[in-house]
Design a protein around this ligand. Structure first.
Ligand code: BJ8
Length: 425
């Protein structure tokens, strides 16, 4: 992570420079051990390495320059906030979920101890003055998904004003009507903030850009069905993580280039691990940057990860917005419909997720699934039992793991993952 050149900018953003330097140092080391140590990486990963090395540097500089030119920055915590609309308002959409423990002890002043690590992390990053993204936002958007997040936004609002979208908890007709009205309310909120009127033309362009990004990620997912696995799970997770920060047009072009390289590699029969390496699908809670713990444990236990069924994975890229509408109302309907397909564990019932996980495991030729829940995450812990049953019925073995962001259980996790991988033969 480059530090010296960006200090002035970080100071202007009121970061705690000493603590922030410490964070970047740890992250740089962590990244070197987990990422740069891998063999057979794709050339296209150099771009991702560069973006990650500048995630608090050049990308923040770009955001500051955009702000000086009059654009607004919108920070989000959930894939329910429609990026299409943010782009249509000529604003920039960034993900604020955090995957590190730093600041989590401070977060316990605002949320209870038994809150998941993801929530504690974004609150902790704000309280410890560690996140230049939060400090760059003009509007932070929360959402009513799990109870932990709903209540956390009330507390977070005290230190960072948060606009909250109401996400329904069921998939009924009335729930869809509520969600559509929330999409309309978000359009209005953005128009008020930016002074930009969201026209059909602008929204069509926002839909096109976001769909193109999702199509590139879908392409990556499909290519990972090849054997031997052509890309590591760690690198694929990084691509999905960076999709929440990078400029969407640039990112899409780079990921399509990387997919071209992948295609070539597959054509040559090359991969990152021998063809008989057990293939695993990860399923469950999102893994925000820099939460690379479990992928590292899995891929250093004799297995390769071939997919991520999570919001920082296929749940965010699987469905596109229908582009056939040409009126604003029609596009709003198409956006509402696309987002209602998200199979987050916060919905009840949520049977489509069981079908989706099983279908994904089959299409990626996974030998097994690791279900990952963050400690204290009720929705995903509950669903791990149902996912297990559905996979058993399909003859696919599953290992359930609950953990947080600390490194204390790494040895224990490795023992469990190795034992599971051994059973896969
Ligand atoms: S659409 S998965 S991004 S809510 S891990 S905070 S669920 S207690 S992240 Fe999510 Fe949107 Fe759903 Fe996706 Fe709560 Fe669980 Fe914590 Fe979680």
């Amino acid at each position: 992570m480059s530090e010296t050149t960006h200090h002035e900018m970080w100071e202007r953003l009121n970061l705690d420079l000493e603590a922030h330097d410490g964070l970047l140092e740890v992250l740089g080391k962590f990244y070197g051990d987990i990422y740069l140590s891998q063999d057979n990486r794709l050339k296209g990963m150099e771009y991702l390495d560069f973006v990650l090395s500048e995630v608090h540097g050049l990308r923040i500089k770009e955001l500051q320059e955009a702000k000086e030119a009059g654009r607004k920055v919108i920070g989000t915590f959930c894939v329910f906030v429609p990026e299409e609309i943010t782009l249509a308002a000529d604003a920039i959409h960034v993900g604020l979920c955090a995957g590190a423990e730093a600041g989590s002890d401070l977060a316990e002043q605002l949320v209870p101890r038994n809150t998941c690590a993801l929530i504690k992390s974004f609150i902790g990053f704000k309280m410890a003055k560690l996140c230049p993204y939060i400090e760059s936002t003009d509007m932070i958007v929360g959402e009513t998904t799990c109870d932990g997040k709903k209540k956390a936004y009330e507390a977070f609002n005290e230190i960072a004003p948060t606009y909250v979208m109401e996400v329904p908890q069921t998939k009924t007709e009335s729930a869809r009507a509520l969600w559509r009205s929330e999409v309309v309310r978000y359009i209005k909120a953005l128009e008020d903030l930016t002074g930009v009127t969201i026209t059909a033309e602008k929204l069509a362009e926002g839909i096109r850009i976001t769909n193109a990004k999702r199509k590139a990620l879908q392409r990556l997912t499909a290519l990972r069905a090849a054997s031997p696995a052509p890309i590591s799970g760690r690198d694929s997770l990084l691509i999905n993580q960076i999709s929440f920060y990078d400029d969407p047009v640039r990112f899409t072009a780079k990921i399509n280039e990387l997919c071209d390289e992948l295609q070539e590699r597959i054509g040559q029969g090359k991969g990152v691990a021998p063809a008989d390496t057990p293939r695993l699908l990860l399923s469950g809670c999102p893994m925000a940057v820099p939460n690379w713990k479990l992928p590292f444990v899995v891929e250093s236990s004799g297995a390769v990860i071939v997919g991520e069924e999570s919001c920082i994975g296929t749940r965010n890229s699987r469905d596109l917005v229908d582009e056939s509408a040409n009126t604003l109302e029609g596009m709003i309907d198409a956006i509402a419909d696309r987002y209602m397909k998200i199979d987050c564990a916060c919905f009840t019932p949520n049977n489509e997720r069981l079908e989706n996980v099983t279908a994904l495991a089959k299409s990626l030729k996974a030998d097994g699934v690791i279900h990952y829940s963050l400690l204290f995450c009720q929705p995903y812990s509950h669903e791990s039992l149902k996912v297990d049953k559905a996979l058993q019925n399909a003859g696919i073995p599953m290992l359930s793991i609950e953990t947080d962001y600390s490194m204390e259980d790494v040895a224990q996790l490795k023992t469990r993952v190795e034992a599971f991988v051994e059973t896969l033969g």
